[in-house]
Design a binder for this molecule. Sequence first.
Ligand SMILES: [Zn+2]
Length: 263
Amino acid sequence: MCKALVRHLLLGEENIRVEGAVIEALQRGERSIIFADIGNLLFDELACKSCLSTKGASGVFPCIYCKNVTTRGLSEHDASGYLVDVRCGDPRLFDARTDEELWFQADLLSELEPRLTLSQFREQQTRMGVTFNPDGILWDVELRAFFKPTEVQTYDSTHTFFCDGVCQKEMSLILGRLREIGQTYDVISTYFNTEWNFCAAMGGRRAPTILSEIFNKAREVHWLNTKSIGGSASDMLSVIGPFRFYLESNAALFTDLADAIQS
Ligand SMILES: [Zn+2]
């Protein structure tokens, strides 16, 4: 599907790359021709996995854009220190993968497929972090001049951070630590239920309502049962700023949590 769409846009008849598209400036009645290339792909992790035939978050290499970032615990067995654990937060240690390297892996899988046994071939794909898909976009040699999988990609921050993403995960974890020092949902919601004024960027007059909805009893029960606070992307966008303020302005009281607050 991804390949068909990209081929249609870039290589199809009357494509926008060569033939262009006519746009009309309605107010002035003028017409112009625009030409376009693919300059950015906005992916969340799952879309990336589906479009580029990678193994995704559950694979040995959870990020296709990093050659040396490995799944949890694996880097401990690497004496050279090249492999980096997926929990590492220091991007200076990440070794970026190039388009050529990704295409090389795709081509290598095509070569190996008829030669290896099924289990050997499966193991090879796991080792590379790529799933063999000869109909996939990585295997389309003609598209390679126009579609650069690692160069034009941006992880979609909404899905990565706010839709059941890093923010929910981090908040779920730190709420556990706060609970250990008596900062339960009750205490936190009391803090936010005092008189606060939030600017429009922080949710304005809606913000206190959202905060009390997020730290209410039902949500607490859900969090205790699932270890996840849930919450929609817009909930998260409203809650992250005030919650961060709550942590940082009380950091002196929560000295045992300095590492967690910083994270
Ligand atoms: Zn990465």
